[in-house]
Design a protein around this ligand. Structure first.
Ligand code: HEC
Length: 134
């Protein structure tokens, strides 16, 4: 009789240990940048290489920056502007300037977060507008 109770108790103890064991382990592990949704510079560049910067510019920025967009009107009024207010006609844009303008916003342009344009998409757009100038 007592032997049976001991076997039952051992089985119960093992079952309980099995239950709690699974979850406790992962808690202390470091979370990598990729798991946290962040990408390294290399990962962003690699992802951007497969994207069409020109098409993405039309899709994400074109409503303001092409033909009748509000940005075209504002930028075309700048003294000395030779682009007709069109970013695609500019030769003085660097990729860093484009990225900073988009992520922080610039004067009348609201900032665009990653939910609206991902890092890889922005890198492809910036590369297109800057004609490869970093
Ligand atoms: C909601 C409209 C809007 C959208 C969308 C928008 N922009 Fe703009 N952007 C503007 C306006 C307006 C300006 C002019 C700011 C000013 O000088 O007052 C501007 C200015 C800029 C400038 C600065 C040009 C300069 O010489 O100062 C850059 C670069 C730029 N935008 C890039 C982009 C890119 C790239 C995208 C898409 C990812 C984008 N914008 C999307 C409205 C927009």
């Amino acid at each position: 009789m007592s032997a049976r109770v001991a076997v039952w108790a051992a089985a119960l103890a093992a079952a309980l240990a099995g239950c709690s064991g699974g979850q406790g382990e992962a808690a202390g592990e470091p979370v990598s940048m990729t798991e946290a949704g962040m990408q390294s510079e290399e990962e962003i560049a690699a992802a951007a290489a497969g994207l069409d910067g020109r098409a993405l510019f039309a899709e994400r920025c074109g409503m303001c920056h092409q033909t009748i967009g509000m940005a075209v009107g504002i930028l075309s009024r700048r003294p000395g502007d030779a682009s007709g207010g069109l970013l695609e006609q500019r030769e003085d844009l660097s990729a860093t300037f484009v990225r900073t303008a988009v992520r922080t916003g610039i004067l009348n342009m609201p900032r665009m977060p990653r939910a609206e344009v991902s890092d890889a998409e922005l890198a492809a757009i910036a590369n297109y507008l800057s004609r490869g100038k970093p």
